[in-house]
Design a protein around this ligand. Sequence first.
Ligand SMILES: [Mg+2]
Length: 262
Amino acid sequence: MNHGFLIDMDGVIYRGSELIPGAEKFISKLRREDIPFLFLTNNSQRTRRDVATKLMRMGINVEEEHVFTCAMATARFLARQKPCGTAYVIGEGGLTQALHTNGYSIVDHDPDYVVVGEGRSFNFEMIETAVRMILNGAKLVATNMDPNCPTQHGLRPGCGAIVAMLETATGQKAFSVGKPSPIMMRHARKELGLATSEVTMIGDTMETDILGGVEMGYNTVLVLSGGTCRDDLVNFAYQPGRVVDSIADLCDALELVAGSAA
Ligand SMILES: [Mg+2]
């Protein structure tokens, strides 16, 4: 079977710090059968190694090569657009590390780009600095536009909420690279080394995972273990190829899931 999987993490593999039943079994099966896969996350906070370690500690046996973050997609995109450029960053380690790895310098004066990711450490002074940079010609780039993110304690504001503040203040629209952007979705497929018809995207969010997958022409699977319930589906003009309660339902149906792509 020449097929691979792009797998969202939050709401698919775990919720907060809790592993979703069946996730470990599913990933073990992929590894055992040598089926290529990549975890695809719109969280730019952690580096791929940090993400792999988090998964390992939860009992999922993966390497950092199995992780692809929107921070990596953003940094690679910027490096192609403008090699060796400069960025002012509102975000955390995952984003600054990805930019450095891709030849970018992080500056606090006259940057090519203002790049925004999620994090808990930004303050109003940074927003003010970013607003002035954007008004002076720096381009506003978002790692993702997720409005919020579920945690054990309820929702927290996402990267999109921070970006909205900058957009409102400057009148400039951000360019976003994370899911559902084809930039991240296509990069991920290239990492797997597969053709469009050979890829299945598994996710819990219609607006990112499923929309991105549908637009790319990938096979899509919506899991109901995260932020979406079955009743929500009537609100969308596009539908996933398959809907399951959780990743546990896919363990015994790999061929079926992959097969429906053609
Ligand atoms: Mg998710």
